[in-house]
Design a protein. Sequence first.
Length: 226
Amino acid sequence: MCGVAGSVDFAGGGINRFDVDLAVRVRFEQDAADRDFSFRFNHFETPNDGPNPDDEVDLPTRVSPESVTIDGQEYAVVITGFKQNGQIVNKFISPENGANSADIVAVLSRVGVPDVVIDHVRFKGEVKRTQADEYVEIVNRGTTPQDISGWVLYADDPGQNFTFPPNSKLQPGQRIRVYTNEVHPEWGGYSYGIGRPIWNDKGDTAHLRTADGTVTSNYGYGAMAP
């Protein structure tokens, strides 16, 4: 239906914080027309002599203020992350003393509708025996927040259900991870807290259902994915 691509370069400096505007041009095949969508980035300049001198680039909002109508439905562009070193991340980390870049990962989504899905399963952890660093990544590709309190991530086997606690909410474009037995605040801080592997090394399916039991996302992973 459309293609969205973009990159932006940042260079370090002596300013603590500044904004950078980005325009993304999208060509729609239906009418061969180009339309522009805009975003504002926040660049946080950290002290160069501190323990973490790398700067951070983030978005105050991940939904474009512009929209387009297709077949009677209104759509906007949602940025769901930055692709850096082959990984999709929530924040773009910009090392000091050089010009740095990252790709923009974005989708075209209906205005006023959340869209929470499983986006990735890391089913083979590097921690020996327990594979504590396994995780399932979930993203809200929609244009509005979604309360996921009481939602359940599961793998069909007893003891492999994770229920999201109260006040769990995904903002538009936000990515979170549910780890097997690690806590990463930068990814939401969610963990099964189980000292054994959960996800099948040969592959299977991860499921996400709402608090009322409606399955909202299935994700097959590995060689044995259905």
